[in-house]
Unconditional design. Structure first.
Length: 209
């Protein structure tokens, strides 16, 4: 809880969003397992700030913005991460009048595209999945104009729009620009200059300064 509070307080004190997150990165350590290098406590505030750089989101999404949390209920790690995302987003004061969180259990869904449409999802957080075709998931999301975000860097390679990695103990923003464009996202040049692009338009990028 101390770690989560430090993250949100640093942001709320008015520090530039990325600098605020860097200020508390040392408290976070690394997430369990190698598939998700950044802890959820770092991911959620960063994603909230990254989405604020999407000029199209406000136009596409009438309040509240619906954030889906995709997980597998029968995969303990996936369910735990989903719970942490939901708890932290709520603890941070982001859920409520402007954000609505919708958990989606992939183990219970036959058609992910239809599930996203029914829930009116605008942004989909993808937790670690086991034996799942991530490419099909992100393709279905893209067809629904849903921006996908994840803490698993490999999923950005598979077609998720935005991810968080860690390099030299600093968070690194990954953006799959074709996937982001397919979802209708219009990220600012400021954000793109700070990110590492993945996919056909890939280039080297630094950590969050």
């Amino acid at each position: 809880m101390r770690q989560r509070t430090a993250v949100w307080h640093a942001v709320r004190r008015g520090r530039p969003p990325f600098l605020a997150l860097l200020a508390v990165l040392g408290l976070a350590g690394r997430a369990a397992g190698q598939s998700m290098p950044a802890p959820v406590a770092i991911q959620v505030p960063l994603f909230a700030k990254i989405l604020s750089f999407d000029r199209a989101l406000a136009e596409r999404a009438s309040a509240p913005v619906v954030v889906g949390i995709l997980f597998q209920g029968r995969f303990r790690t996936s369910a735990r991460v989903a719970d942490e995302v939901r708890e932290l987003w709520t603890d941070g004061g982001r859920a409520g009048s402007t954000i609505r969180l919708v958990p989606i259990d992939l183990d219970e869904v036959d058609d992910i595209g239809a599930a996203l449409a029914r829930a009116g999802v605008h942004v989909l957080y993808i937790a670690p999945l086991r034996a799942a075709n991530v490419g099909q998931v992100v393709a279905a999301a893209g067809r629904q104009r849903v921006t996908t975000v994840t803490g698993v860097p490999a999923y950005v390679e598979a077609g998720a729009a935005v991810g968080i990695d860690v390099r030299a103990e600093r968070p690194r923003i990954l953006i799959n620009l074709p996937a982001a464009r397919m979802a209708g996202a219009q990220f600012s040049s400021q954000l793109l200059s700070m990110a590492t692009l993945v996919g056909p338009e890939a280039r080297g990028g630094g950590s969050v300064p």
